[in-house]
Design a protein around this ligand. Structure first.
Ligand code: SAH
Length: 360
């Protein structure tokens, strides 16, 4: 019974030790947090502003807080990642390598145009889907990203460009619908707290049985993009091994369901690989699947990665594919990937190289 009479060590800040990072929290949650620290409610608003508008990295830097309290809470994690490396492509796209608290490295890409600043965010460290044209899949899967690790990517780009982020695409490393809870929480935070419209966000998925329907139940206003990449099941399985248990018709049915629940049009992404899936008969087959479907096809000319020797089709072949679809009344656009020179374009993001070779 000795333990009972022995003085217990006093934890000076019991609230601090096991707290999750603050980034990702709403104003209400932050207000409740400051109240738990015996501070007036208006400090919640201040905290919210410093986290999301000023992009503060340590609570010790919130100069409007009383000095003593600031010191007491200075160890509470905010959830900002460390900038490991930054490289700018000649076209103005900027690739950021971010080091997470467990030393894993992820990539985010800032893509500026005159009117927009888009961030391509990662949802996982690595990716388990192993699509055979994609660099991220080659490195395997490490873990899901936490909500704050997703939000941080957007704040980092915003801070670096000194300009408000207008658009977000969940098209970086990882499969967002294998991390739906954290991705949806990040979407809410980016919308509610950072002020980016859901309609300016696009979530891209390769399609996991049941997950698109599950996403629809969140009734978000984001655009759903689905990586179709082939006009029939046989070819899709060759390119995307994870498509085996998921027939293309079942995937399209789930997409139709998404449209009817959310009222939002779906985008179908289609990577163009020369001589492989870019022939007129592929365009015709694709069009036959999408006839009468409230959708849009986004063609992505293949961006080269070292492990495979697919080829990007010539501009003439790309245009011919567009013409075939348009002739069948399919809405179509071509994605001009940015950041190619810095391996920052679609499908070129990878965790392992990012960690070892930040020189590129
Ligand atoms: N896991 C999600 C997000 C992936 S990245 C998904 O599969 O949709 C976003 C897009 O880039 C996807 O359509 C993906 O298939 C495509 N992509 C992957 N590798 C590519 C490459 N080498 N060239 C062009 N696009 C690629």
């Amino acid at each position: 019974m000795l333990a009972k009479t022995q003085p217990q060590p006093i934890d000076p800040s019991p609230l601090l030790s096991s707290e999750p990072p603050l980034l990702g929290s709403s104003l209400d949650v932050l207000t409740a947090w400051v109240r738990r620290h015996d501070q007036p409610a208006y400090r919640g608003k201040q905290l919210h502003q410093w986290l999301y508008q000023k992009g503060v990295r340590s609570l010790a830097d919130i100069s409007v807080f009383p000095k003593q309290w600031r010191q007491a809470i200075s160890d509470v994690p905010i959830g900002r990642s460390e900038l490991h490396h930054r490289s700018e492509a000649p076209d103005g796209a900027v690739k950021f390598l971010l080091k997470l608290s467990d030393d894993q490295v992820i990539e985010a890409v800032g893509i500026p145009t005159a009117k927009r600043l888009t961030v391509c965010v990662s949802s996982q460290v690595g990716c388990p889907m192993a699509c055979n044209f994609c660099a991220t899949g080659k490195g395997g899967f490490i873990r899901n990203l936490q909500t704050h690790e997703i939000v941080d990517q957007v704040l980092t780009v915003q801070e670096d460009f000194q300009r408000r982020v207008s658009h977000i695409v969940f098209m970086g490393m990882g499969e967002p619908l294998l991390n739906t809870d954290n991705v949806v929480a990040a979407i809410h935070c980016l919308n509610r707290d950072v002020g980016i419209s859901q309609r300016s966000m696009t979530l891209s998925t390769v399609g996991i049985p049941g997950r698109i329907q599950q996403l629809a139940e969140h009734h978000l206003q984001v655009t759903l993009a689905v990586s179709l990449h082939a006009s029939n099941q046989t070819q899709r399985e060759q390119l995307i091994p994870s498509a085996r248990p998921y027939p293309i018709d079942a995937l399209l049915d789930e997409c139709r369901e998404y449209v009817s629940v959310t009222g939002r049009r779906v985008t179908f992404e289609y990577i163009l690989l020369a001589e492989l899936n870019d022939r007129p008969e592929h365009a015709a087959e694709l069009a036959s699947h999408l006839r009468g479907f409230q959708s849009h096809v986004n063609l992505i000319p293949y961006n080269p990665i070292s492990e495979v020797d697919y080829k990007r089709p010539s501009n003439k072949r790309i245009q011919a594919f567009v013409d075939h679809l348009e002739a069948r009344n399919i809405a179509v656009s071509v994605r001009h990937s940015r950041g190619l020179e810095k391996d920052a374009a679609c499908g070129q993001l990878r965790a392992s190289i990012a960690a070892q070779n930040p020189s590129k």
